[in-house]
Design a protein around this ligand. Structure first.
Ligand code: SAH
Ligand code: SF4
Length: 383
């Protein structure tokens, strides 16, 4: 078996090249070809010595993921479903905005945390993605988008680990993937523009602050332990007080001076004025020093039948946001993007969970393209 070079950050690639008897600057050149130029064919890497190219052909390859389907929303959001084998699929979503392009990517096939309001959680856990499979989502999307938009410039400016899976339960694969995103020879993203979202794996938050401090989002969803135990089962292991302590510790190393708390608004469950008041009290108790150390992002729930839950009505969300804002807490309500293509966590991949019929479903999925693809050649090449 030869090595998939997408599995390596630059240090890893340098170690691999060292085994081949090659100097570090060769690894840097190779890394740039792969990540900055999207090249996977060693013969095209013309400034590498012929002898190195021959060695690479024997010992290495660059393998992305195959695309099962692509959905284009009317608002410009694009969602891909990637095949990761054995009937598993993961998704990545590109969200264009005026001043940035954000890619939301997955860290696991399924998820073991099992949050009540999350369709990935309802699927259960299949397996961790490798570093290469995490990076491949960005590698593919960035180079696809450059061709699709016909630009040589970087399209993706921000990455959020908010697709399927709990990134901090796949820590050893996550860190080299993050390093590749940050590397100036890779994607050159700033630490403030790469966000790991976690349901609260406390020990790994500490590890992340040491190994690769990037922006952190914490999925809070409830202001007290009994409710959070019910919505986010991991809370029974790492209750709210421990989680908030870990947030404070993280902030000492974080590239931003606040943590983003995500709060999924569930009708009649966690969205009353009393819940908002409890939240204010909670974060005040834990605030350190002066100034705001957290920000709230209220997410309208994306409903799916098995959850038995409903989205909070808009006025309820506004009233909730007002209580936080009046208490001086920066609060935003997430715009729903790509609603017409179900571009929320785990929504589409849920369709392929029935493995007994996966091939039929995969065949069907190939045909679901809501908006005609303008650049058919690029699309076929990738698929
Ligand atoms: N496992 C990590 C990251 C992936 S989930 C985490 O939980 O933070 C990314 C975000 O999507 C989380 O805040 C999660 O709570 C939210 N989410 C999951 N299912 C959702 C749904 N059906 N509607 C709205 N947000 C959802
Ligand atoms: Fe896993 Fe995050 Fe979904 Fe919870 S919300 S089940 S942690 S992916």
């Amino acid at each position: 078996m030869t090595a998939n070079l997408l599995d390596f950050d630059l240090d890893g690639l340098a170690a691999f090249c060292d085994q081949l008897g090659e100097k570090r600057f060769r690894a840097t050149q190779l890394f740039r070809w792969i990540h900055q130029r999207g090249e996977s064919n060693f013969d095209q890497m013309t400034d590498l010595a012929k002898s190195l190219r021959e060695k690479l052909k024997v010992h290495a390859h660059v393998a992305g993921l195959s695309v099962l389907s692509r959905h284009d929303s009317a608002d410009g959001t694009i969602k891909w479903l990637f095949n990761v084998g054995d009937g598993n699929a993961v998704e990545a979503v590109f969200i264009p905005e005026d001043d940035r392009g954000t890619l939301c990517i997955s860290s696991q096939a399924g998820c073991a945390v099992g949050c009540r309001f999350c369709s990935t959680g309802h699927q259960g856990f299949s397996r961790n993605l490798s570093t290469g499979e995490i990076v491949a989502q960005l590698w593919f999307a960035e180079h696809f988008l450059r061709r699709h938009l016909n630009t040589p410039d970087r399209v993706i400016s921000n990455v959020v680990m908010m697709g399927m899976g709990e990134p901090l339960q796949n820590f050893s694969a996550l860190v080299p993937a993050l390093k590749t995103m940050l590397d100036d020879h890779g994607y050159g993203l700033s630490r403030r523009r790469v966000t790991v979202s976690t349901s609260g794996v406390v020990p790994m938050m500490q590890r992340l602050s040491q190994d690769c401090p990037v922006a952190l989002a914490v999925s809070l969803h409830a202001p007290n332990d009994p409710l959070r135990d019910n919505l986010v089962p991991l809370n029974r292991k790492y209750p709210i007080a421990e989680l908030l302590d870990a947030c404070n510790q993280y902030l000492e190393f974080a590239p931003r001076d606040f943590i983003t708390f995500e709060y999924c608004m569930l009708d009649g469950v966690n969205d009353t004025p009393e819940h908002a008041q409890q939240l204010v009290k909670l974060v005040r108790q834990h605030a350190t020093g002066k100034g705001v150390w957290c920000k709230f992002n209220l997410i309208p729930f994306n409903p799916f039948p098995a959850s038995g839950l409903l989205r909070s009505p808009a006025p309820q969300v506004q009233a909730f946001a007002k209580i936080l804002l009046d208490a001086g807490i920066v609060t935003t309500v997430r715009k729903t993007r790509g609603d017409d293509i179900d571009a929320a966590c785990g929504q589409l991949a849920g369709d392929v969970r029935d493995r007994t019929r996966v091939n039929e479903r995969i065949a069907q999925q190939r045909t679901i393209v809501l908006k005609p693809v303008t650049d058919l050649t690029a699309n076929n090449k990738e698929a």
